[in-house]
Ligand binder design. Sequence first.
Ligand SMILES: [Zn+2]
Length: 419
Amino acid sequence: MHLELTFLTEDETIREACKLYWARSPDGQFIHSVKGVATLTGIPTSKIPQLTKKHCRASTDDISCSECEESYVFTNRTDYVNSQNADRDWVCSPCLEAIREIEEAELFERQQAETKKKREILANVLQRRKDNNELRPEELNARECIQLLSLIRYAASEDISYIHPIASIDDNSSLTTGSYEDQNLVTDLYQKGLIVIHPDTNVNAISLKSDESFNFYPMHVSWALPVIDDHLSISNFVIQLDERIRSSDFLHLHFDEIKQLCAEIALEECLAFLSYTLADHGLNFSPGDKTKLTLSKALEHYSVAQVNNFIWGASKDAAAYFMRASVSKKQAANSVVKNIQQRFERSIANDWEVKPFRRNYDLPQSTLSRTLFNVVLMSDDGGFDKPIQKLLHSRLDDSDCPAQEPAQESESIEDHCPF
Ligand SMILES: [Zn+2]
């Protein structure tokens, strides 16, 4: 391989050292060892590699940059030896950097174009939804009114022009009893067309498909209400929605629907407390239909606060069962449902007074519960403290009744507890 030496110093001794360093025999072998070069020039052996690299460029036309045709410069003799058999397709560093910059710019342009396309598609979807069937409060059923208003109360921007992604809300409040239920609520509203993905959402939460439809992460997108654009109309919509659920005939007109929603929220509260107490005892449990059926049955007679008493006692027994008997954690956790059932059936049969539990600090009242129980039913967390039947009928009996007394808080969970 041809070698071209270019010296970068006027120092004759160093130039001589470089010539000796790179000198080769006709068969291509290096003539002098590094130590030999040092002996011949009087330069210390340890300095030869550094000096030859710094003061001499050893290049070859046999290898050149495929982009700019710049000759290859060897870093040292090892590099030269390795290059004999190496792939000679080479791109120099400045050209590599230029290519990288071009690729980055192209990627940025592609991303910009994709972002623009996503926003156009989302804007079209929103516009079509408005044109076809603008959202009107009077057309919503009771569940939709309460769910939608809860979402607005929980996550709407200050000017109500959009609804923040649920996953971005980082305070002590909650929309429902958990993220799984949160996602179900927004997905439900989305599928009914009551909320639409906001065109200014974080586009990374949207994934376009080839037919211009898209997938998205329901917890990570911003939402828009499909009402006419100007700010006043959105405000009016929310005011009308709020007035409607507060109206005295709302409960009368939608009694069965509201009763069903009350029962669902109470059940979710109990399931959340069950998971919490079992986890507290190191037991994991996935509630199925049997658990839901048992808790729903208990909730026909007792408040969430009272059913939580059964749950707490049953969880404590399950933990003791796990410690005492050689059973698996799963088996111990499964014993909870039967235990809860026995507890509330004995309480009913013996007409025991069941002491209500206080609301757990880690399981605060959700926004959905507050909208339903505090706003619609005008009770202070009544869905927790009062049996649903009793709460609904006391509200029906006197639609103008004021906010009810909060339930007594228990000082001790064992105090007056029949178990
Ligand atoms: Zn180049």
